[in-house]
Design a binder for this molecule. Structure first.
Ligand code: BJW
Ligand code: ZN
Length: 261
């Protein structure tokens, strides 16, 4: 096959991506854990530390793990929630919010359970995997409140019994989507609509291992939408990306915005 050596340097790739974005009226973004890495939030597939070092995050993020050991799982999520509360949006989150301020319709579809896109000023944000900040009852599903706040212990964290539901007495669980659970219908609907209606899709900091979110870039590419990827590491999404920008979201998104003038 005749391969034309286009977009060789990062600079040329940035230029190609900026041209695509400059021509777009509607941009759909899919973000993953790498988006928040530079805010000090570990990615999902980073090794766990402290009390959780002997677990893999995929072992803790299941309804079965919560049923087996609610204090372990609740303690882990409370520790993560405190880390998020103490963190700030990074220049990548801020550049995305500024992209929308240019008058372009930007819809952010995020797999992240933090609220850093919102805090950076992005308006249309859809959380495919729920949120750390909206707990509910494991048994009856009623919205619930957190217990008294615990201070974050950077390297440690601790087991913590979940509060009980005021309606049925069941244990309170984090409002996130665990493996084997359905994604929220409204967020999924909004995500597919944004992607089917966009001119360009940007995928940022996601390994592309978790479905159905990992199928969204394929959906866009299948409809002929150009896909721009930002990630320091290779991923399965490379196959669909028109432009792959190898590097950090907090550096490349501001660089892209600067090129748009
Ligand atoms: C940077 C960076 C920097 C670093 N800048 N980048 C089809 C095929 C196979 C399996 C399935 C399938 N359909 C469904 C399944 C089962 C399952 C699944 O996908 N399993 C796979 C692991 C095989 N999916 C589900 O169960 C989903 N539900 C579902 O499908 O319901 C229907 C159903 C029910 C029952 C049976 C079958 C179907 C639910 C998935 C829920 C995922 N939930 C989690 C936990 C949320 C709560 C929590 O946070 O604890 O969501 S799992 C975890 O992975 C979390 C993340 O949102 C998600 C994605 O991870 P992400 O964001 O990609 O992070 P990482 O860490 O993997 O990657 C980080 C990336 O950033 C890396 O690439 C770095 O290089 C990069 N990076 N620094 C830019 N500075
Ligand atoms: Zn209840």
């Amino acid at each position: 096959m005749n391969r034309i050596p286009v977009q060789q340097t990062l600079d040329e790739r940035l230029e190609a991506a900026a041209t695509l974005l400059g021509e777009a009226g509607r941009i759909a973004v899919l973000s993953g854990a790498g988006m928040s890495a530079e805010s000090g939030i570990p990615t999902f597939r980073d090794a766990l530390t402290g009390l959780w070092a002997r677990f893999d995050a995929t072992e803790l993020a299941t309804p079965q793990a919560f049923e087996r050991d609610p204090a372990l799982v609740w303690g882990w999520y409370e520790w993560r929630r405190m880390k998020v509360l103490q963190s700030q949006p990074n220049p990548g989150h801020i550049a995305l919010a500024q992209l929308a301020a240019r008058g372009v319709a930007v819809t952010v579809v995020t797999q992240n359970v933090d609220d850093l896109h919102e805090r950076a000023g992005s308006r249309a944000v859809h959380h495919l995997h729920g949120s750390l900040h909206v707990p509910r009852c494991f048994d009856c599903g009623a919205r619930a409140a957190f217990g008294p706040q615990i201070p974050a212990e950077p390297e440690g964290g601790r087991r913590l019994d979940p509060p009980r539901c005021t309606r049925c007495g069941g244990p309170i669980r984090p409002g996130v989507v665990w493996f084997g659970e359905m994604l929220p219908e409204d967020a999924w609907q909004a995500a597919t609509e944004a992607i089917l209606n966009c001119d360009v899709m940007i995928i940022i900091g996601t390994s592309g291992l978790v479905y159905p979110a990992a199928g969204l870039p394929d959906l866009a590419a299948g409809r002929g939408k150009p896909v721009i990827q930002i990630n320091p590491a290779p991923t399965d999404h490379d196959a669909y990306a028109r432009v792959s920008l190898r590097g950090k979201a907090g550096e490349l998104l501001p660089a892209l915005l600067a090129r748009l003038g």
